[in-house]
Design a protein around this ligand. Sequence first.
Ligand SMILES: CCCCCC/C=C\CC(=O)SCCNC(=O)CCNC(=O)[C@H](O)C(C)(C)COP(=O)(O)OP(=O)(O)OC[C@H]1O[C@@H](n2cnc3c(N)ncnc32)[C@H](O)[C@@H]1OP(=O)(O)O
Length: 291
Amino acid sequence: MAVVCRNLRAFAQKTSSLRCTPNFLRLYSQSKPAPPKLVTVDVDKAGVATVTLDRPPVNSLNTGLLEELGVAIKDLEANKTRGIILTSSSNSVFSAGLDILEMYEPKKQNLSLFWTTLQNTWLSLYRTSIPTVAAINGHAPAGGCLLALSCEYRVMVGPKFTIGLNETQLGIVAPQWFMICMKDAVGRRQAEMALTAGKMFSTQEALNIGLIDKMVSNKEEAIAEAQKFIAQFAKIPPLARRMTKESIRQEGIKYMEENAIDDLKAFMDLVVQPNIQKGLGMYLEAMKKSK
Ligand SMILES: CCCCCC/C=C\CC(=O)SCCNC(=O)CCNC(=O)[C@H](O)C(C)(C)COP(=O)(O)OP(=O)(O)OC[C@H]1O[C@@H](n2cnc3c(N)ncnc32)[C@H](O)[C@@H]1OP(=O)(O)O
């Protein structure tokens, strides 16, 4: 701000009629174009919202996107939306998971904000009383898989995309609440096998173990299936539905409510370990080289 003010003052002196006053600064900031939205929301006539992740090229989850997603869920709750369909603007990636750049050589304050935003947005999605469906129209590794797992129903475009919690392959450990989500979907045995191997599943394999509920051949079909899933709740009393969802998801909800601070500390301690930093750096390099 000091630099902006100094530059503006110089500019004002040159033009003589302008001064670096609060009004001038307000006008200056108003004239800056708004940053592009990273999440768009479109509510149809039936009151069902399509929430689209829109951070090219791969919807990696940075603080900004997570924050916008959290706000979108809260707004939709306030507006009594009938359903949420979570999808992506990309033709090949649902979400590439957490933005590795948020974790690589981070500033402590940014890292803390990043993880807290992830925790809060995850909890909002996981526990919302609104019926939720992931229309997975592309690859969904790690944090991308987590978002899908947090929804009540998963429809995935196949057969060529992959989904899974691949953290061990990166030399990192998925937090407990990621594991709870995987167990919720596929059961403890399959979750243990998937997580220890860091397995990325083909769409068909994911269908076979219950990691996804339906395989379709394009995004339009995925959205139509998601709408069908949500429509069934028109006949179910909302309070009974809400209490049942809250109750069946109690383990994950309680875990986060009781452990958010410890979870943040564990993450902060782990990320800055030199071997983790080295691994993340090498992973980023490898992604560049594989092009
Ligand atoms: C340290 C403690 C950790 C605690 C627990 C953490 C829990 C969860 C961890 C995560 O979610 S880590 C992220 C894991 N994600 C992945 O392993 C996926 C990596 N990406 C891919 O496999 C591929 O990008 C893709 C999703 C299959 C898409 O492939 P495509 O060929 O379409 O695109 P690319 O050319 O590979 O990528 C384009 C561009 O995006 C960059 N990028 C990709 N993924 C990420 C990411 N997760 N974070 C940051 N940046 C990413 C990639 O480097 C390319 O960049 P440029 O070269 O264009 O600059």
